[in-house]
Design a protein around this ligand. Structure first.
Ligand code: THU
Length: 137
């Protein structure tokens, strides 16, 4: 973990404050860095139709992808929990598909942080390879 991780933690912490989480009150921020060093942040956005809620990680990923970015090196996730908050199952799938090579850092507001790898969070992942492999008769 280096200085640029700390800057990303700061960016994710700032994004977290913009969280729209009136139902859970659980605020999450994310910061996604591209290979070229550009940073896209995200916060969770909750819907009154709860299932439509989008996590901070996916907001950051959708923002970056929709701006044409494809190569990501780092993803930071910040929440206010003692036990560092990992990405949910849906986000793990999306990280696997779109930010596979990003180093993931989980952090909280008390300076605790931990690096994790998507292959450890989502072993034996499903992706487009299986669609290509499927026999079509
Ligand atoms: N949430 C995230 O934004 N990221 C995570 O990694 C875990 C969960 C959000 C979704 C929802 O708005 C709230 O946290 C409670 O689940």
């Amino acid at each position: 973990m280096n200085e640029s991780d700390n800057q990303l933690i700061e960016a994710a912490t700032a994004a977290r404050v913009r969280s729209l989480a009136p139902f859970s009150n659980f605020m999450v921020g994310a910061a996604l860095q591209t290979k070229a060093g550009k940073v896209f942040t995200g916060c969770n956005v909750e819907s009154a139709s709860y299932g439509l809620t989008v996590c901070a990680e996916r907001v950051a990923i959708w923002k970056a992808l929709s701006e044409g970015e494809r190569d990501f090196t780092n993803l930071v996730i910040v929440a206010d929990t003692e036990t560092l908050t990992p990405p949910c199952g849906t986000c793990r799938q999306i990280i696997w598909e779109f930010a596979k090579h990003a180093t993931i850092v989980l952090a909280n507001l008390h300076g605790q942080k931990e690096e994790v790898l998507i292959e450890d969070l989502l072993p034996r992942a499903f992706d487009a390879r299986f669609l290509k492999e499927a026999s079509r008769s």
